[in-house]
Design a protein around this ligand. Structure first.
Ligand SMILES: NC(=O)C1=CN([C@@H]2O[C@H](COP(=O)(O)OP(=O)(O)OC[C@H]3O[C@@H](n4cnc5c(N)ncnc54)[C@H](OP(=O)(O)O)[C@@H]3O)[C@@H](O)[C@H]2O)C=CC1
Ligand SMILES: CC(=O)N[C@@H](CCC(=O)OP(=O)(O)O)C(=O)O
Length: 340
């Protein structure tokens, strides 16, 4: 299978290239870049030294040779490529936000009208643990955002049971790679170390995505208040939501509900006695979740940890590709993290 990555020099794009180069069913990875065209990939990305590919400028004609195309570009930039892929019948996964929402959401949350709303009608939201069959049939997949992946996986078992309140409060921390490779003041070392930086409250652009897909699970509207925070780490998201426990529920009942919901899912681990930590999933495509009951206050803390560049971006995109082309869901994807 020949695959192409646009935005290949970016954080999520280069993580895609790294994982695709070791994928057993991928025979060629073409790296498209607007800023590095012509350069050897291994020179710009020393972690990929030994791979002899060069960055290429994107041109639509390249679609002819591709089985799957991944777009990992800033908001709005992927639309023409996704449109061309659809016209050419090439399977496409958008790692960015150009396919995730309804057209009506883009002016409010992204500040522009979606240039091609028919793409949104054809796109499938690619969170395989929740909508695997739809992904299998899809040719156009919206890869979920990193924070929404964590929040949806933390809350899905309760949402499907109709146990979410109408308004949910979520707090989440992220490493700095979540903001991409463009240098910014918040990620300058003196500002980033020994500092936790809340941001984008209210109004983070992942809110409509969480609300849309929690509502799909719950069968009714769900509002989300979301407080993201940058922590001094490169990778990793830890998300936490606090939900009123249904009367009579015990810890064993909560854990059983989560275990049966995620039974046989290769990339979700339900923790029993421990709470998720970002180091335990770093570099892997796994999301660790736990739902811990505080009987004194009648609250369930729903937690999820994942690597924003793997399960939150590139790994999940490959998981979606695997399903779209009929491969084993876990093909070529790391389930384990190095010791921490
Ligand atoms: N970082 C993360 O944790 C996650 C990111 N995402 C999404 O993935 C996409 C890529 O994000 P990320 O890799 O973090 O971002 P980066 O800024 O690291 O990479 C984006 C890449 O897009 C390319 N690009 C093309 N046009 C432009 C342009 N006009 N301005 C800037 N870059 C451009 C560049 O690559 P080149 O020069 O090679 O073309 C650039 O390196 C975004 O939509 C992001 O929201 C999703 C989940 C998690
Ligand atoms: C730490 C940080 O800045 N994270 C980014 C989210 C990650 C991302 O790139 O967004 P998408 O998942 O929508 O593609 C943010 O808050 O906007």
């Amino acid at each position: 299978m020949e695959v192409g990555v646009l935005g290949a020099s970016g954080y999520a794009g280069s993580e895609l290239v790294r994982l695709l180069l070791d994928h057993p069913a991928v025979t060629a990875v073409r790296c498209f870049s607007s800023s590095h065209a012509g350069e050897p990939v291994g020179r710009s990305l020393p972690g990929l030294a030994g791979f002899d590919g060069r960055f290429e400028p994107w041109q639509e004609a390249a679609l002819e040779g591709l089985d799957v195309v991944f777009t990992s570009l800033p908001a709005g930039e992927a639309v023409p490529i996704l449109s061309a892929a659809r016209a050419a019948g090439v399977a496409a996964v958008d790692v960015g936000s150009d396919l995730r929402l309804a057209a009506v959401d883009y002016p409010t949350w992204y500040g522009y009208d979606h240039p091609e709303p028919t793409l949104l009608q054809d796109a499938v939201y690619g969170l395989p643990e929740l909508w695997e069959e739809a992904v299998r049939r899809a040719r156009l997949v919206a890869n979920p955002g990193c924070y929404p992946t964590a929040v949806l996986l933390a809350l899905a078992p309760l949402a499907r049971e109709g146990l979410l309140p109408a308004s949910v409060q979520v707090s989440a921390t992220s490493g700095h790679s979540g903001a991409g490779r463009t240098p910014r003041a918040a990620s300058h070392l003196p500002a980033a170390v020994e500092n936790v930086q809340p941001y984008a409250f209210p109004g983070h652009r992942h809110v409509p995505e969480m609300e849309r897909y929690l509502a799909r699970l719950a069968g009714r509207p769900v509002q989300v208040s979301f407080l993201p925070q940058l922590v001094p780490a490169s990778r990793g998201i830890l998300a936490a939501a606090f939900i009123p426990a249904p009367p009579g529920w015990t810890q064993a009942g909560v854990t059983d509900a989560y275990r049966s919901f995620y039974q046989a899912r290769p990339f979700v681990r339900v923790l029993d006695d421990e709470l998720p930590q970002t180091a335990w999933v770093r570099g892997s495509n796994r999301c660790d979740v736990a739902a811990r009951l505080d009987p004194r206050t009648g609250t369930i803390a729903c937690l999820a940890a994942l690597d924003n560049l793997v399960k939150g971006a590139a790994g999940q995109a490959i998981q979606n590709m695997n399903l779209m082309v009929g491969l084993e869901e876990a093909a070529g994807l790391p389930r384990f993290a190095p010791a921490a």
